[in-house]
Design a protein. Structure first.
Length: 130
């Protein structure tokens, strides 16, 4: 939605302006979902082109870019696949011209992001303040 929200159609309750967010905070995200997250049995249910519509990397190079949008990616250091995807997404965003930050947290597992909300809100606020 951050990169191509205008491409998606359907009922919307927004009467004026836009419903597109101004900032994105990704917590330990699997951004290149084509290559990690879709089981083979499910992947066969749709074409690769359909699955690509769910992959944010599909939309990074879209022009013109959305001006004033910020991306803040936070990733733990315990899952190399997620680290690699976060780094690749961060680099793709920067190359495309988006304001982006990447914070890699040491000693943090993927499931740690399900911890107490107050703790993660503090991490997010500190990340945004940088």
């Amino acid at each position: 939605m951050m990169l191509a929200g205008d491409d998606f159609k359907g009922d919307c309750l927004v009467r004026k302006g836009t419903a597109l967010p101004d900032a994105f905070i990704g917590l330990d995200g699997a951004y290149d979902i084509d290559h990690c997250c879709i089981p083979d049995f499910l992947y066969a249910e749709a074409s690769p082109e359909k699955w690509a519509t769910l992959n944010p990397l599909t939309y990074v190079d879209r022009q013109p870019i959305r001006k004033g949008v910020e991306f803040h990616l936070i990733v733990g250091d315990e899952a190399q696949e997620l680290i690699d995807m976060s780094r690749a997404f961060y680099e793709a965003l920067k190359t495309a011209g988006y304001e982006s930050t990447l914070l890699e947290l040491s000693n943090t597992l993927h499931m740690d992001f399900l911890g107490p909300r107050e703790e993660w809100m503090q991490v997010i606020l500190e990340t945004l303040a940088r």
